[in-house]
Structure formats: structure tokens, C-alpha cells
Design a protein around this ligand. Sequence first.
Ligand SMILES: C[S@@+](CC[C@H](N)C(=O)[O-])C[C@H]1O[C@@H](n2cnc3c(N)ncnc32)[C@H](O)[C@@H]1O
Length: 365
Amino acid sequence: MNMGNANGEDAIEALQAHAHIWRHAFNFVSFMSLKCALDLGILDIIHDHGKPMTITQLVGALQMLNPTKACDIYRLMHILVHSDFFARQKLDNDAQEEGYVLTNSSRILLKNNPFCITPTLKATMDPIITKPWSFLGTWFQNDDHTPFATAYGKTLWDYFTHDPQLKDLINDGLASDSQLVTSVLVDKCKGAFEGLESLVDVGGGTGTTAKAIADTFPHMECTVFDLPHIVAGLQGSKNLKYVGGNMFEAFPTGDAILLKKVLHDWNDKGCLTILKRCKEAISSQDKVGRKLIIIDMVVRENEQVNDEASSLTKTQLFFDMLMLVLVAGKERREEEWAELFLAAGFSSFKITPIVGLTSLIEVYP
Ligand SMILES: C[S@@+](CC[C@H](N)C(=O)[O-])C[C@H]1O[C@@H](n2cnc3c(N)ncnc32)[C@H](O)[C@@H]1O
């Protein structure tokens, strides 16, 4: 762009740049509008209605205290239709009038959807989690571990050890996030677990994934290992038990160690320590087929690809920034994974994409 005298073409370019900047800056409006729809229960109201729901019906169902705000619900729905969370459809009995229906992206947020990720979204949208983003610039110029630590003076893990509300929010979020990946895992990736007699899910949280694996493979002894306050009071089953401890020190041995969405929480130094512990744990088993199974993102490199792939990469990069802001972790590219495995003494690995953003990585001693 010519920065000197403005002519017609420069003005058009400047207008396009303005539009791009505002679209970018106002990404948070989509996010907050969706949060509002979730807070008001609009998705479940429309679903329970069972057919396209008019704005009048929706306003009626919301039972608003101040009726003058009713027309603002239309504005909220308008942006959410634009963001593909709702669609408009003609009513059966009246070709003129339209009502709102759900889309694939809102159906997955319904309370009764087995793959509902609303708790994950609510955790991500919580002001405790969004506040540290405002400290990103400050953090780049100070010596703190994370923008989260700059905002609160402590790590996320310390924060939630002393805040049961945040702990529940995050644990519910992690558990709901696990449902879809886990169901695909025990179906499409069953082969990765076949023949294993024991498995330790290190950093396994409240055990959503390990429970599904234990149910699918009733002869496999499964252990969920996590911090003592996370597993305290949790009940196991015939082939599932909970053990509390610190993965940086030691954890139980098994034919396989599972690390699901654990390594992305840590920097390379932290990952290396965990990976070396994993290598020790599986090497102490004198058996064929021992392995480490990692479920995490493998960030795609895509310079020249179609829109869908490039938007997946962008979403992975958003997650990468989230890890930086909250926990000093990162999402890794294949070469970065390879370097870590080599440094920890593993001999080879195999990557299988599972679903959307996530891959399964089998790593061999
Ligand atoms: C991002 S969560 C992943 C949980 C689960 N694997 C999943 O996919 O939903 C990371 C887990 O690592 C656990 N964790 C963090 N530090 C730990 C440590 N030092 N020892 C054991 N577990 C730890 C956390 O409590 C949390 O459950």
C-alpha cells in the first residue's frame, strides 16, 4: 500500500484492512454471544421445542423480567445465526414465518448430548481463565512463569488446589472434552490397546478415558494416576483403580503408559522428565508390545491447503496460545515430538490422527 497521497485504490485497501482488523478484534463477540446463549439455556429451549422456534416463542420461553429487552434477543440470535450456531427455517404451517433451529455446532452443546462439551467451553469462558490473556504483553516483559501467574501470583495448579469451584469447573471441562475422543479411541483405535494386560493412565484426571478402556478391555488392569487431591475419594471397579502421586517422581508400571493431554501442559524440560519416567516404567516390564501411548495434538504444517485444513491448524494454534497463557505448555509439531522422544531414549514412534485436532502417538522403547 502507498503510504503517501491516498488515491481511490489506497482507500479501498484501507477499508478492507479496517474490515479485517475489526473482524479479528471482535472475535470475542462471537465467543461472548455463545456464552450468553449457554447461560440463558437457549440451545436446550430450542431443542425441547421440537420444531423451528419463532423469536416470539423464544422470548416467551425465556420469561424475561424486563420485556423491553425482548427485541435484543433477536440481535443476539442474529449474530449466532451468522456464527453458524443456529439456522433459520420456515415453519411447517406458515411458509412466511421463520423459526430458529439448531446446527451441528449447537447440537453438540446440548445437555443430553453424550459428546456435550459445554462444561469445557464454560471452563474456557470463565473470567478466571480469560483474565490472564490481558497480561500476555506484561508477561513477555517480566520473568513470570505464565501470564496466569502474572495475573494471580500463582500457577494454575496452585490456584485450583485452593479453589474447589475452579477445580470442579476444570475437572468437569476435561471430563466432557474426553468423551468424544475417548469413544473414537476405543472404537477406531482399538488395535493400539489390543494385547495389553495392564495400562497406567498418568495424569488421567477423574478417569473418563481409563474407564472406557477398562470397560472395552475387561481383562486389562487399568490404573488412573493423578495428583492425590484429584483422585481422593474416587471409586474404582473390578479392573480399574486410582493411585495418587506426583508423576515427576514415580508412578506404577504397566505394559503401556497412557498420557492423554498431559504433555501439552509442560515445557520441553518438564516433558523430558515425564517421558524418561515413562520409559523406565515400561522398560521394567519384560514383555513384547510395551509402549507409551500419547493422545495430544500434532500441529499441522499447512502452507498451501484447503480452507478446512487451514482452519484446523488455526484452532491448534489457538490451543497452543492457551497452553502458553495458562501453564507454560505447548502444542507440538511432528519434528518437536520426534526430538523429545529421541532425547528421552525411545527408538521409534507412529502417529495416527484420531479425530479433528487430536492424534494418537504410539512410542516404542
Ligand atoms: C490437561 S489434564 C488431562 C487430564 C486427562 N488425561 C484428560 O485427558 O482429560 C492434565 C492432568 O495432569 C494432572 N497433573 C498435573 N500435574 C501432575 C503431577 N505432578 N502428577 C500427576 N498428575 C499431574 C492434572 O491433575 C490433570 O488431571
